[in-house]
Write a protein that binds this ligand. Sequence first.
Ligand code: UGA
Length: 433
Amino acid sequence: MNVTVIGTGYVGLVSGVCYAEKGNHVICVDKDVSKIERLRSGEIPIYEPGLKELADSNTAAGRLSFTDDLTEAMVAADVVIIAVGTPPLPNGEADMRFVELVAREIGYALNGYKVVVVKSTVPVGTNERVRGIVAAISDYPFDIASVPEFLREGSAVKDTLNPDRIVIGSESTRAAEVLTRLHQPFTDQLIMTDIRSAEMIKYASNAFLATKISFINEIANICEKVGADVTEVAHGMGLDRRIGSSFLRAGIGYGGSCFPKDTKALIQIAGNVEYDFKLLKSVVEVNQHQRYGVIDKLKRALGSMHGRRVAIWGLAFKPETDDVREAPAIEIIESLLALGAIPRVTDPIAVENFRSLLNHPSIEWCDSALDAAKQCDAVCLLTEWEDYAKLDLKEVERVMASPILIDGRNAISKEQLEGTLFAYYPVGRPMMN
Ligand code: UGA
């Protein structure tokens, strides 16, 4: 099948590469000319395990190409996929500018029947708006469909090639047939539904996962006070198949480009139809508050923070990505700076991205976890990179001014702490010293 993917961000690029991997001819389009040039020369602008290898092999096989010319890219397309960004507006609503712009361009480029798929996360009703925009410009027949994306950063290729389900929202038999053919090689779990329900499934899924995280974080906060261990509690809960064990890792709250944006957007979508989504508002509030647990523990351990050197291990919003959007590290480091502390920060791959987001003269940029810990009064682990779970803490202890470790992700093991003098503050578990 001939597939044109518009937008080479996370979702567009990964989807494009994976559709090509399943034997389709894919053209990825972006109006950013320099990005297209980089992609053509084999450079992948995001860090995502396995993506470069797949992009290279499919380009070499002639199934994948990149262009900035949308009209040309659409000439032979059977399916046109909109995968441009929907960044949050100041009120939390998703910004539909790019989706609408692309819809107009598709209208002008249509040259025969095509299925126009919206993969960007968009509020309920957007597909119909896209249909209206295209139909106002073009007389050619086309169908609109919603096929939301459920990939996670850091395992995007794996998630896309082996999805739990693919949701296809369409009101046309012809489009449903085309999209079934395109997606059957990925999974047998194709959910055929109407467009509005498909749009809602995406927001409801992310909101539910965010709710699980805020729920377990509140349980963790209570565990700290009653002397229980949240990892034991989550394990015991998760074995009940109705609850499930995933997304019950307590920590410093969720970040990234999806949960924070999509939860706020769904609150806004509900608000627009005069529904007060109280539960989700609390989820957002709990998440916001959760990151400050690290600061509370530091204050408890150190008293005054002024002039204290504090190592920060991990800046990315989660491991295996260099993405720092909405990372809890941002507000934690801002708080440290406001309290007059000196953050010594490190991350295996996200330092450069973080520096372009928050570059304060008091921040000290470090090459490794050990380097960051030098002469520090405390260490805070904010991203559970595997490297940190393998560190020799005896070596770390030797370079520190005082051995205090705040583990924001419960990533450090008992074995690592054995034989050290660390005062260890996990989340929702008994502290050790
Ligand atoms: C999330 C969803 O998991 C994907 O299904 C969805 O497609 C994507 O958003 C999107 O809408 O595009 P992602 O943001 O890449 O994916 O990452 P997750 O692995 O879901 O993690 C999100 C945040 O939750 C991270 O900050 C992570 O540290 C945190 N988290 C996750 C927890 O604090 N505890 C957990 O148990 C799980």
